[in-house]
Write a protein that binds this ligand. Structure first.
Ligand SMILES: NC(=O)c1ccc[n+]([C@@H]2O[C@H](COP(=O)([O-])OP(=O)(O)OC[C@H]3O[C@@H](n4cnc5c(N)ncnc54)[C@H](OP(=O)(O)O)[C@@H]3O)[C@@H](O)[C@H]2O)c1
Length: 247
């Protein structure tokens, strides 16, 4: 097991949900965390629980901002977690501006973070690049076409990274959870709490801390062990369309 003590780790989407839980857990294990998201107030709240941390308020879809923010950084690990969904409209009546937002964040945002941080890790001959995929990158569900397409793309990027860089010493992983209780639904349904929390009714979903725990495990394997793809389901969830609920 490798210690995290003193390692410098960038967590995108650290202002809430999985990213916030990951920042807190990795900081508790001794890592120095850089927390990145768009809302500085929420970032500062999470950073208060992370000793020796810093915050960057930026949009992952904004390449110049991400390039600038990462220019002088030397990260030992990067958790590319920022992501979102908008609505559940069928494709024939979807909203193009929402598609752009989801694609810009979930695909281009991940690409920007990779481009800004990977060359440094490769040059240093070590590092971890962990992408937050989803079971939506493996299965599609009704009304989820665009979001699922972006998470399939994340999986393709993960595979591309492995093929493009077999020898530098950097490890690549995609963590693919099912239902996790976060603010994801509130963002997807623009604050409609009834719709946002309906997927969690009658089940024990994954908690953000469960995903953070998996990320900690991935980062602390010995250097010759690259955990590649990790799929995490709630015990009650059989697929993206089948969930066993207690009535
Ligand atoms: N919840 C689930 O069931 C689930 C399941 C599988 C995978 N995932 C994935 O897990 C990741 C984290 O989601 P979550 O569930 O923790 O949702 P969340 O609580 O809504 O957190 C999303 C995070 O991403 C940040 N973010 C969104 N757009 C951004 C942008 N353009 N630039 C920078 N940061 C941005 C948000 O911060 P700001 O708004 O402050 O920018 C927030 O910190 C996402 O990639 C999501 O697709 C979630």
């Amino acid at each position: 097991m490798q210690a995290l003590h003193g390692r410098s780790i960038l967590v995108t989407g650290a202002s809430s949900g999985i990213g916030a839980a990951t920042a807190r857990l990795l900081a508790g294990a001794g890592a120095r965390i850089t927390l990145l998201a768009r809302r500085p107030d929420r970032l500062r709240q999470v950073a208060a629980d992370c000793p020796d941390s810093k915050v960057i308020a930026a949009d992952v879809g904004d390449w110049p901002a991400i390039e600038r923010a990462c220019a002088d950084a030397a990260y030992d690990a990067v958790i590319a977690n920022a992501g979102l969904a908008r609505g559940v409209d069928p494709l024939q009546s979807g909203v193009p501006a929402e598609w752009s937002e989801v694609v810009d964040t979930n695909i281009k945002g991940v690409l920007h973070v990779i481009r800004a941080t990977l060359p440094g890790m490769q040059a240093r001959g070590r590092g971890d690049l962990v992408l937050l995929g989803s079971v939506a990158g493996r299965q599609v569900y009704p009304g989820g076409g665009v979001y699922c397409a972006t998470k399939h793309a994340v999986r393709a990027l993960y595979e591309g990274l492995r093929l493009d860089d077999p020898g530098s010493g950097v490890r690549y992983a995609t963590i693919d959870p099912g239902l996790v209780r976060t603010e994801f639904g509130l963002v997807r349904f623009r604050g409609d709490a009834d719709k946002a929390y309906a997927p969690y009714k009658g089940i024990q979903p994954l908690e953000p801390e469960d995903v953070a725990d998996a990320i900690l495990w991935v980062l602390t394997r010995p250097p010759h062990v690259n955990v590649g793809e990790l799929v995490l389901w709630s015990t009650a969830q059989a697929s993206t369309t089948k969930v066993h609920r207690k009535s």
